[in-house]
Design a protein around this ligand. Structure first.
Ligand code: GSH
Length: 341
């Protein structure tokens, strides 16, 4: 009996220790190729788009660069893979990308049934409607019966809208598109009265594709919760941990007021907790299988969450968004990083 117990305990210890040292296969693959493959939208100014000089820029783009800085030591070692709404999750499942951003909402059905795992929300949004101002409507309840709404297949917007119309007995005509391009063309050539999507995507679309952005109004109602959240495949928990803690470090650094500019100073003269976070006191790298400077490199490469937000989405950017829900919990927002210890 006791021999069985010893055998059982040894087996348990073996399994537990094997689990502890389990390295991320995705990390190994990313390091082998020296490049992170990051799934992004083709063209959502503010979130991810290509500048005239060919360089990618945007809020999601900076998160990709942060992850590359953490795991490859260089934020430039990213291949941005533009994906359509229908192909984005298959692209992650099949390994075409190592991580999926692409304004993807974390939902129950995607998380539980599609073999993907959402790390931590980087942008809280909601579904809204855009219309031409000349239609004279200021609220959803004023939209005339029979008006048509453009919506994209394969998005959360399609399902939300169907449910919303039933509950609110709104008589709107759905025009469902498979191609984003066709849908945009349809809207801007007056083939549908309303266009519905996440409010940020509507603002970006108005700026980038409307002949005159001021001609278009985004109605005040938000009919859903859209927590935009990067995802990885669910077969690599160590890679999932890396992504989650890359996001948390950027939020935590904002809370501790560590910025791109002051990180070197904080690293050598800050309090012990900050010095540990930034790698001059050892220990932060081990649990993720990274070196001790992974967090420091993120800050030096892209800055903290607030800096990225201001750069791409905030008051001085074309989108001019307020922080709102995307502010730190200490200022009434929803951003809350678990303790880095
Ligand atoms: N959060 C939504 C994303 C919706 C989305 O990406 N919608 C498309 C069509 S409305 C879009 O705006 N794409 C931006 C583009 O044109 O690249 C979801 O996860 O389903």
């Amino acid at each position: 009996m006791s021999r069985f117990l010893v055998l059982f305990l040894s087996l348990l210890i073996f399994v537990a220790s094997a689990h502890m040292v389990q390295a991320s296969q995705t990390l190994e693959e990313v390091r082998r190729r020296g490049m992170l493959h990051c799934g992004v939208p083709p063209n959502v100014p503010g979130f991810a788009s290509v500048m005239e000089n060919g360089r990618w820029t945007g809020f999601e783009v900076d998160f990709c660069r942060a992850l590359a800085a953490a795991v490859l030591g260089d934020g430039e070692r990213v291949k941005f893979v533009p994906l359509g709404v229908q192909t984005r999750i298959p692209a992650l499942q099949t390994g075409e990308v190592d991580v999926l951003f692409r304004s993807t909402t974390w939902t129950y059905s995607r998380d539980a049934a599609m073999g993907v795992h959402f790390a931590s929300t980087i942008f809280y949004d909601g579904q809204a409607f855009m219309m031409r101002r000349s239609q004279g409507v200021t609220r959803l309840s004023e939209v005339p019966a029979g008006a048509s709404v453009c919506v994209q297949a394969g998005t959360t917007a399609h399902q939300n809208l169907t449910d919303y119309l039933q509950v609110h007995r709104l008589d709107l005509r759905l025009m469902v598109f498979n191609s984003e391009q066709e849908m945009k063309t349809a809207f801007f050539t007056d083939r549908c009265d309303l266009y519905t999507s996440d409010s940020l995507l509507l603002m970006a679309l108005r700026l980038s594709a409307a002949p005159n952005p001021d001609d278009f109004l985004i109605l005040p109602e938000r009919i859903s919760k859209e927590p935009m959240t990067p995802a990885v495949r669910d077969d690599d928990p160590a890679w999932f941990n890396i992504l989650r803690w890359v996001i948390f470090v950027m939020i935590e650094a904002e809370e501790r007021e560590i910025t791109q500019a002051n990180a070197p100073e904080m690293r050598s003269h800050g309090n012990p907790e900050n010095r540990r976070l930034l790698g001059s006191v050892p220990g932060i790298g081990g649990p993720l299988g990274l070196d001790d400077e992974w967090a420091y490199r993120i800050l030096r490469t892209v800055g903290n969450y607030g800096e990225i937000f201001e750069r791409h989405l905030g008051a001085k950017s074309p989108l001019q968004l307020e922080r709102g829900l995307n502010d730190l919990w200490t200022r009434g927002g929803l951003l809350y990083a678990s303790p880095m210890r």
